[in-house]
Design a protein around this ligand. Structure first.
Ligand SMILES: [Zn+2]
Length: 94
């Protein structure tokens, strides 16, 4: 069980296309700017961090776990992790 609720993440999300590939830039005060390559799947969106190569899967519908990152896995954060919030802000998920 998750012990407590963490405050919402605030930042800026931008979705852009470069040479036919989709990228999501997430900017937060605590983590700076992170650039992710976006892969759209039928039930999820995969975000690959272009710097670390680490990838996270964000579910596009509510019946699956929200995101595979540590923040979403271990914390009950208001509005979800930064990946979920960013994907929602740019319309990748509902
Ligand atoms: Zn996440």
């Amino acid at each position: 069980m998750k012990a407590r609720t963490f405050p919402a993440v605030h930042g800026k999300a931008t979705l852009t296309k470069i040479n036919g590939l989709e990228y999501l830039a997430i900017s937060t005060a605590t983590h700076g700017v992170k650039l992710y390559e976006v892969f759209r799947h039928p039930r999820s969106v995969r975000l690959r961090n272009t710097a670390s190569n680490e990838a996270f899967d964000v579910a596009t519908k509510g019946d699956l776990p929200g995101c595979t990152c540590q923040d979403a896995t271990y914390r009950d954060r208001e509005g979800g992790c930064k990946h979920q919030r960013a994907c929602r802000a740019v319309g990748l998920i509902r």
